[in-house]
Write a protein that binds this ligand. Structure first.
Ligand code: SF4
Length: 260
């Protein structure tokens, strides 16, 4: 049965067919050839109840592929909802805000920092303090914007007095960053500073040794560079950081990704 036949058309065809059989029967014909090559007894066919019309056809499946977020089982919003008022480590007690991340869920370029600072903790958004302003300039100089990339931290809560993250805090929180990356599926990741590089690259070399060299996280190219907060303390490193970002721009171009 063609998908293009409506239930009404189907019923009309059945009625027409039964009328033809009745006409043949009245003419003394007892059987006709079936489509499969066998014979159909007219009396038997007329005794059978009319076939039911086909069920209304289901709407055609969407030809568009599922979004990356759907493909791996959820959206960033759903992940944030799952985290709730996270208390998986002690930072949940001291934070003001859980700083999840900011930017486009479809970002091709993602920046990963260390942990929220005081301003981020107050406002609930990553990289909004002085180092965030510098990061915005760096992103802008690459031709991108804060809205077109995605920015997140390894830790979602501020360590007291901006101390270094503890290994148990990173262990408690790292799964959230992994899920963010899975859901966004960026083409290129830039890690900012040592903790982000160490976590994603499982490499404990100094940031001075790691930066400027392409590495990989789950098949995604990763460029480690300095944290903007470090660049604010040592402006002489800005040249190296810019060289790293230029490599990122070149890689995006190779991958056919336009800055926007
Ligand atoms: S740092 Fe991460 S694991 Fe710890 S409370 Fe915050 S969100 Fe939860």
């Amino acid at each position: 049965m063609s998908d293009g036949v409506s239930p009404e058309e189907f019923q009309a065809l059945v009625s027409e067919f039964r009328a033809s059989l009745q006409e043949l029967g009245r003419s003394g014909v007892c059987s006709v050839s079936g489509l499969s090559g066998g014979t159909v007894e007219i009396a038997e066919a007329l005794a059978s109840p009319p076939a039911s019309p086909p069920p209304a056809s289901s709407p055609p499946a969407s030809s568009s592929p599922p979004s990356s977020a759907q493909a791996i089982g959820g959206t960033l919003a759903a992940l944030r909802e799952d985290m709730g008022d996270c208390q998986r480590c002690s930072l949940g007690q001291s934070r003001k805000s859980l700083v999840f991340g900011v930017g486009s869920e479809k970002a091709r370029l993602m920046f990963v920092g260390e942990a929220p600072g005081a301003e981020e903790d107050r406002l609930g958004e990553p990289f909004v303090g002085p180092s965030g302003q510098l990061l915005d300039k760096m992103i802008g100089a690459m031709g991108w914007s804060r809205k077109s990339v995605y920015i997140a931290n390894v830790l979602k809560c501020r360590p007291p007095n901006d101390r270094d993250p503890k290994s148990e805090e990173v262990a408690s929180c790292e799964g959230f960053l992994a899920k963010q990356i899975q859901r966004i599926q960026p083409a290129v990741i830039v890690t900012l500073g040592k903790p982000a590089a160490h976590l994603l690259l499982e490499n404990k070399a100094s940031i001075g040794a790691l930066r400027g060299v392409w590495l990989s996280y789950e098949g995604v190219p990763v460029m480690p560079t300095y944290h903007p907060a470090y660049l604010l303390r040592d402006a002489s490193k800005k040249r190296e950081a810019w060289a790293d970002l230029q490599q990122v721009m070149a890689r995006c171009e190779e991958l056919g990704i336009e800055a926007h």
